[in-house]
Design a binder for this molecule. Sequence first.
Ligand SMILES: [Zn+2]
Ligand SMILES: [Zn+2]
Length: 350
Amino acid sequence: MKPADPTVTCRAVRLSAPGRPLVDETLEAAQPGPGEILVRVKAAGICHSDAHYRAGIGSTRHPLTLGHEIAGVVAATGARVASPRVGERVCLHYLVTCGQCRDCRAGREQFCATGEMIGKDRDGGFAEFVRVPARNAHVLPAGIPFEQGAILMCSSATALHALRKARVAKGETVAVFGVGGLGVSAVQLARALGAARVFAVDVNPAKLALAAGLGAEPVDAMAGDPVAAIREATAGRGVDAALELVGFARTMEQAVEVLAPRGRAALAGLTRERISLAPYRDILNREAEVIGVSDHLASEIPELIAFVERGALDLSGAVTRVVPLAALAINGVLDDLEAFRDDVRTVVQP
Ligand SMILES: [Zn+2]
Ligand SMILES: [Zn+2]
């Protein structure tokens, strides 16, 4: 145990009130309590969810330091922390849960009734330091850069969880709607799980090219109906699994419409729109399944790190922009995300 210096201050970029731009603040660095660690943030991903939280959708506490995709170095540990140790490189699972309730014990910790999300319900990583339970930390191998460790914690983890929920098996065909932060990982992980063909649907030529470079068959949704294009490419059959990672009603409908018999559509994009399906044609007749995807599991994180280590998941092209820990820069990125002028992923480096 090595207590943090209580005089250390912590610069943070915070949401003071919903619907307001984030602001720069200097706080006292939090002290790790029993079972907790203090992490010096080396990289924090900026996620589309952060734009929602800034707008007042979802975030529950104010003022609040946003940032839920975090990698860094352990700066101090509280009592009763055997691992990780001070100086170790770590990435942080963003759900802080009780660990004892029925859902936690069953490994479904995203349904823990007292669970909190780092950067949404408690202070997150747009800061020099973040305090978290030690069990949220996963050791980040030396070969994985901090910025990749950070984005692994949300977009890649949710992509893997979506593929697991869709039960993608060897030899199957998969359609990925949206080649953003999640899609870049989903395309590669689908292949790593043995998918025979992966279609990547987007409207952005650069993203389609990126997906093609990762082994996917690009489908330009601007050039025509992507469902028709995928049906044509599969001799009319459609795909065994479709992932919706955009958050539009229309792409959710397409993810269901494109399914083959016994196909599964996993929906992970966020929207308040309602969707419209033809029950017989789209679901009953095909025994199709429409599956919700919420967050991911702590148990999936070591698996993800292993995929990166053995080269099955290459995130070297996924982080396209780095910004400093400054409200002006982060607000600008959130404005871009809101307007869908997004880079694949931007990371804050304090
Ligand atoms: Zn995120
Ligand atoms: Zn629980």
